[in-house]
Design a protein around this ligand. Sequence first.
Ligand code: ADP
Ligand code: MG
Ligand code: MG
Length: 251
Amino acid sequence: MKLLEINNLHANIGEKPILRGINLSINAGEVHAIMGPNGSGKSTLCQVLGGREGFEVTEGSVQYDGQDLLELSTEERATAGLLLGFQHPVEIPGVKNIYLLKEALNAQRAALGLDDIDTFAFMKQVRELTKTMGMDDAFLHRGVNAGFSGGEKKRNEILQMLLLQPKLALLDETDSGLDIDALKIVSEGINRLRGGDRGIVLVTHYQRLLSYVEPDFVHILYQGKIIKSGDKSLALQLEAEGYQDILDAAS
Ligand code: ADP
Ligand code: MG
Ligand code: MG
């Protein structure tokens, strides 16, 4: 089943074209890695799909789960199961982490016509997930990401994903800044998300993550276009050879 279909997507930041004709098709159950040099437009692509402000789509179309994604508001996208993790997660010191998790879950349930989750059931579920992610319960009662280390923010991001069970998860450099143990835990979290009818997009610079979370497809984004796609061996090739030959061949 087709989950996401991007056709000739162009997007600007201000007057500047950043995405310049993206085509990408994701079936339910697939994991797609997006790699590419700094400044290629990887984060922009994730943010445009997530419906963040500050981008203007100038051409192209995006179908998500049978809907015109670009017609949906940011909130509608989230409740429709498209969740965006952040390369640089926001800090909201005044809001407790656990409160935000519960609000997000209840918003999603409300969109499905369900009542708020029972507090006891919610606490049980969240405690299990904090354990899975190797986090202390104290994190739940701190401000959202407030003073969290880079690795703690990334664990928190996967915890959110495991709780909310998105249909399509966009993870932007979830592996950056992680030590080896945290990388393993985060990878295991992503692998738990994987499968069924879920789609996962992993933006990463490193093969290391992809040895734990093996992608079905690897795409190289460069200057706002996907210039090459392949299977996991493409990431291994990049690791061994760097980008230059591929960029040269594409230009
Ligand atoms: P990547 O994630 O692949 O490193 P980005 O999507 O962050 O790339 O950036 C793509 C291009 O868009 C870069 O040239 C970057 O400088 C530019 N860009 C990103 N954000 C802004 C912004 N807020 N204003 C102007 N240019 C931006
Ligand atoms: Mg970057
Ligand atoms: Mg980026």
